[in-house]
Write a new protein. Structure first.
Length: 55
């Protein structure tokens, strides 16, 4: 399954976005005009995702 989401949403909620994906599921990140900017592909099961804050 492939989804589309604004890049601003992915920036604010990256961990929850990754946790919602099954392995090999993709999300296309788009700008405010709906133009594709990048594709995010989940490589690991959600239980293996551990993000640390760089702040």
């Amino acid at each position: 399954m492939s989804n589309t989401t604004p890049i601003e949403r992915a920036e604010r909620n990256l961990k929850s976005l990754l946790e919602s994906l099954d392995p090999s599921e993709t999300v296309t990140l788009v700008d405010s005009g709906g133009e594709p900017l990048a594709m995010l592909i989940s490589l690991k099961p959600a239980s293996a995702i551990k993000l640390s804050s760089s702040e």
